[in-house]
Design a protein around this ligand. Structure first.
Ligand code: F6R
Length: 590
């Protein structure tokens, strides 16, 4: 959830680290800080606020020295305060650490260290790390050994980067079950939570758990958990600088919505042989369970309808945070499909661990190449939709849904047909995006002060209602619910008042008639009906027009204008849709 970075360079490292840190801000933005070593002295500055605010207050980029570490925080242990911001230091102010993850045994370690006289300043779990390193160094070890021993004492998942006055030209990094990328570029070497923070890098490597990485301006050395030198091959990072630019768009979210048609096309570029094999595996499996969180789970729900309707294959979708409670039912005849944009979500990786422990086959649909999940899975399907920077998922969702079309139709030997149909749909999405903007902006203006929004749909369109509601609440902070239209009368209808906006997703497909009856029930109680459909209807107080597409393909054309509506509502309310409060893009804690 937090972003960490460390650099060893021949130049002043702080401005470089700050630049990288800005690109990690999507991981958390409660507070930020940096540390460097110069002439045997540890420099450490941190504060509450976004990176640029903290830099303005504290002059992070002024820190002297050629090695630096930095952190952008999404608070877990301890409130948002200057003392809880990273880096954290030891008692002697010689060692500084930035950390991402959770140290589960921090209370026990803190108590032990306090008994040995260590003084703690923050409420964080992280602070045990510099004190443990200090303790091991005191007991006579090298810094390298102290870092390895420290990591061995930690329970939980973590990635941390260390610098110390003891080793002025070096930084050290180590991880367990948390993202960490090592690389080099023209300025030296670096360790980071995400390669996106270093778009100009030449080569990268992904260390395994518990391997110590020692970085200097000259190069990278790696040690295994016993301190023995190991070799790792470096690979090309495979990202383009322009993928990281906002271009002329006001927000990344808008740029990424505009990229949705391209995301659909990119998802069709898949290995037909692999898909055929996977489709057979899915059909053969005694049971199929899809697990994911948030928007990725809504994509999985569309997949569930597709598997059933196209290939007559029943499957379950289990939210990853609840997966463990079903893991007793997972066995070697189970196919577990995971869906994750980041490939880092801790709830998902935890589920995969349990599935693997029970010998299930694991296939993952992922966007981020080289992510933890990709390395835990038997097979990986990549979305190929490019980096998604805004916290809210948009283009990755349509891409995930497209992959489910490809899989479902491959199960009935229609891989090429699916690709062709998706390409046609992507053309329709281009049209939606070029026509709907002013009408959606007008609708957003009208409803920007609403307290509640309801979204209803049936069948394969129901996950679209849930996704649209999630998007609205996370970026505009308006309460929203998405539910199967038939469920409205079982309780939620009590909340409908005069003028309450109810978005009804009712294309002319097999769900139309019954969804319209439910919309009528809401309208009779005073709801303002916003119809998302390919044809207008007198029931609608406002019509969001979508094109006519093949039956079963309406989820893709319905979600795009609803992403845009959520975006405009957030902007009209003066919120930054790219950085919603309390949230982070990669949720690496359980
Ligand atoms: C919603 C959103 C989140 C993510 C969820 C899963 O807009 O972005 O709900 O979908 O945190 O993330 P991934 O797909 O990275 O596992």
């Amino acid at each position: 959830m937090c972003g960490i970075i460390g650099l060893a360079s021949n130049k002043q490292a702080a401005p470089l680290a700050l630049r990288g840190l800005r690109n990690l801000e999507y991981r958390g933005y409660d507070s930020a800080g940096m540390a460097s070593i110069h002439e045997g002295h540890l420099w450490l500055r941190k504060d509450v606020g976004r990176i640029d605010e903290v830099n303005q207050k504290q002059g992070l980029d002024q820190l002297p020295g050629n090695i630096a570490i930095g952190h952008t925080r999404w608070a877990t242990h301890g409130g948002v305060s200057q003392k809880n911001a990273h880096p954290h230091a030891d008692c002697g102010s010689n060692i500084a650490v930035v950390h991402n993850g959770i140290i589960e045994n921090h209370q026990e370690l803190r108590k032990k260290l306090q008994d040995r006289g260590h003084i703690f300043i923050s409420e964080t779990d992280t602070e045990v790390i510099p004190h443990l390193i200090e303790q091991h160094v005191k007991e006579g070890g090298s810094l390298e050994k102290a870092v390895i021993l420290t990591s061995q004492e930690l329970k939980g998942s973590f990635a941390f980067i260390v610098l110390s006055t003891q080793e002025e030209g070096k930084i050290m990094a180590i991880k367990r079950d948390n993202p960490l990328v090592i690389g080099h570029d023209a300025n030296g070497t670096f360790a980071t939570s995400d390669i996106l923070s270093m778009p100009q890098c030449d080569r990268v490597l992904f260390p395994e758990d518990d391997e110590l990485v020692i970085l200097s301006a000259k190069g990278i050395t790696m040690l295994d958990s016993r301190g023995k030198k190991i070799d790792r091959e470096m690979i090309s990072p495979g990202i383009e600088q322009q993928e990281y630019d906002r271009g002329n768009y006001q927000h990344f979210m808008l740029k990424e919505i505009m990229e949705e048609p391209q995301a659909v096309r990119a998802a069709t570029i898949q290995d037909k042989k692999l898909f055929t094999q996977l489709a057979m595996d899915i059909l053969r499996a005694r049971q199929v369970v899809i697990t994911a969180c948030g928007s990725s789970r809504y994509a999985a729900l569309v997949g569930r309808y597709l598997f059933s309707e196209v290939a007559k294959k029943f499957c379950e979708v289990v939210m990853s945070s609840e997966f463990q409670y079903f893991s007793d039912s997972i066995d070697s005849n189970t196919m577990v499909l995971t869906v994750s944009q980041s490939g880092e979500t801790a709830d998902v990786t935890e589920g995969v661990k349990r599935a693997r422990a029970n010998n299930a086959q694991v296939i993952s649909i992922i966007n981020r190449v080289g992510s933890i999940l990709s390395r835990m899975s038997d097979e990986v399907i990549y979305l190929n939709c490019g980096p998604e920077i805004a916290v809210a998922a948009t283009k990755s969702l349509v891409s995930q849904i497209s992959v489910f079309y490809m899989l479902a139709y491959t199960m009935v030997n229609q891989f090429d047909e699916a690709a062709n149909r998706l390409k046609d749909v992507s053309q329709e999405l281009e049209t939606i995006l070029s026509h709907n903007n002013s009408s959606l902006e007008g609708l957003a203006e009208r409803f920007k002060d609403s307290l509640d929004f309801y979204y209803i749909a049936r069948g394969i369109n129901f996950p679209v209602a849930s996704e649209a509601a999630l998007k609205l609440k996370e970026i505009s902070y308006i309460h929203a619910e998405g539910l199967p239209a038939g469920e409205l009368k079982h309780g939620t209808l009590a909340l409908i008042e005069q003028g309450t906006p109810v978005v009804v997703i009712c294309p002319h497909d097999y769900t139309f008639d019954e969804t319209m009856s439910n919309a009528m029930e809401a309208k009779s109680r005073g709801a303002f009906i916003i119809g998302v459909s390919d044809e207008n209807n007198e029931l609608y107080d406002h019509w969001i027009q979508i094109p006519k597409v093949d039956n079963l393909f309406y989820p893709l054309v319905s979600i795009v204008p609803l992403h845009l509506l959520a975006y405009y509502l957030a902007v009209k309310r003066g919120k930054n849709p790219d950085r919603p409060r309390n949230l982070a893009k990669s949720v690496t804690v359980k």
